[in-house]
Design a protein around this ligand. Structure first.
Ligand code: SF4
Ligand code: SF4
Length: 75
């Protein structure tokens, strides 16, 4: 059976570092990085992309629609 893999694009300049997306991920693979955007907010990064299923929970809860999720089938 094909496995679904996810990939995220995070619009870091729009992010306000609220961390809501971190708690929404069922696999806890998002964390706030040390880098900040031009407004001084830390933005998230994926720490274990291999485990991302593309479920899009993170994108759904983001109040600023900063996250776009792409899903691909792995054979
Ligand atoms: S798409 Fe789902 S599994 Fe991937 S980082 Fe977002 S919440 Fe986590
Ligand atoms: S929920 Fe959105 S605004 Fe909040 S930290 Fe995540 S990407 Fe940034």
């Amino acid at each position: 059976m094909a496995k679904i893999k996810g990939r995220l694009e995070i619009d870091k300049e729009r992010c306000k570092g609220c961390a809501v997306c971190l708690t929404a991920c069922p696999f806890s693979i998002l964390e706030l990085g040390r880098e900040v955007n031009s407004k001084g907010y830390n933005y998230p990064r994926v720490v274990d992309l291999e485990r991302c299923t593309g479920c899009a929970s993170c994108a759904t809860v983001c109040p600023d629609s900063c996250i776009t999720v792409y899903r691909t089938k792995q054979l």
